[in-house]
Design a protein around this ligand. Structure first.
Ligand code: AVI
Length: 331
């Protein structure tokens, strides 16, 4: 554990993270079809590219959620009993969204601590110092950690009611049944009458979804290709980024936008730290991300199965996105 920024707690285990990256790259590129987990997108460069994606006109998700929170941030805060509480955010990013809850909370003289959890030290440093400068009266404590370690810290250390924000359709990137298991973990972290506010992208016209993952500026392509750049840098790989192409498309059978990197030619790639060479056929895919798009039924079912009660569903004006407010039942 190390104190990298004054208002932050750093729970990162660097050795563990490096080991996991190595193991998962090796397993993913040895499997058929080849895969690389999307959780590894977010090194410093990837986190910056993702922030750029959120500002693209085609990537409607962020603008829709911001619209919802601008309108209803104050209502979410008013659901919490009038005593000191904790506003926890998993995967906090640049803070643009949470401001829509912080401002009404502060304006209403509510007592609370804001605890963002994010893997990126630099993103956390920027966020906590920006917020402290802008709102000197705000109590903020950043936690630099993977979701799992961050949640465990929350479960052990926090006293008082919790509102947990899990925004941006981040749940949609969990593979298959891991999403449900993760929601159960969130439920276990929370106490009776705590709230989870979960942002989910809704199933809509595939053309709209396809445009969001194939932006005209090529930022999403760079974001996807950055996985290979990261392997080159951290595991001494020799991927030629010009020899791989970004490909994303909605798949109605899986209910998600599936993203791939396609090999432009038959080629061999050496990853020195793995002591291995991987062979690629022309147009062979590496599956890099599943971005799930939810139906209303799926959302209801997820909430029930994880043991939450659905309190409210907040939609943007086009009903592209929902912030669903779930409560842990009273014991
Ligand atoms: C973070 N996550 C919800 C984004 C998504 O939409 O799946 C990541 C992303 N991938 C491509 N564009 C954005």
């Amino acid at each position: 554990m190390s104190g990298l920024c004054s208002d932050c707690l750093d729970l990162t285990d660097v050795q563990d993270a490096e080991k996991l990256f190595k193991e998962q790259v090796s397993a993913g590129l040895s499997s058929s079809p080849k895969t690389l987990p999307s959780r590894f997108f977010y090194d410093e460069i990837g986190s910056r590219l993702f922030q750029q994606i959120t500002r693209l006109p085609e990537y409607y998700l962020t603008a829709c959620e911001l619209e919802i929170l601008r309108r209803s941030g104050g209502d979410i805060i008013s659901l919490v009993p009038r005593r000191k509480f904790n506003l926890v955010e998993l995967g906090s990013g640049d803070g643009t969204k949470v401001i829509q809850l912080l401002e009404p909370g502060l304006a209403d003289n509510r007592q609370f601590t804001y605890l963002p959890i994010d893997q990126s030290v630099s993103a956390m440093q920027t966020l906590t110092s920006d917020l402290s400068e802008r709102y000197p009266e705000l109590e903020v404590r950043g936690i630099v950690a993977e979701y799992g370690a961050g949640l465990e810290w929350i479960r052990r250390h926090l006293k008082g009611p919790v509102v947990l924000l899990f925004l941006g359709s981040n749940l949609g990137n969990f593979p298959g049944n891991e999403a449900e298991a993760f929601l159960q973990r969130l439920r276990y972290t929370l106490a009776p009458e705590d709230f989870l506010v979960i942002g989910l992208d809704l199933y809509k016209d595939p053309e709209i979804m396809n445009r969001a993952y194939n932006d005209s500026h090529g930022v999403t392509a760079q974001f996807n290709l950055n996985l290979l750049r990261r392997i080159n840098r951290e595991l001494r790989g020799n991927f030629d980024l010009e020899e791989f192409r970004h490909y994303s498309t909605f798949n109605p059978s899986t209910g998600g936008v599936e993203s791939y990197l396609l090999s432009a030619s038959k080629q061999s790639v050496l990853i020195r730290d793995l002591n291995r060479t991987f062979e690629f056929d022309r147009r062979e895919p590496i599956h890099t991300e599943h971005s799930h798009k939810y139906t209303e039924d799926e959302i209801r079912c997820l909430a029930n199965r994880a043991g939450f009660e659905m309190e409210a569903n907040l939609y943007d004006s086009r009903s592209y996105f929902v912030d669903s407010v779930w409560r842990v039942p009273a014991s």
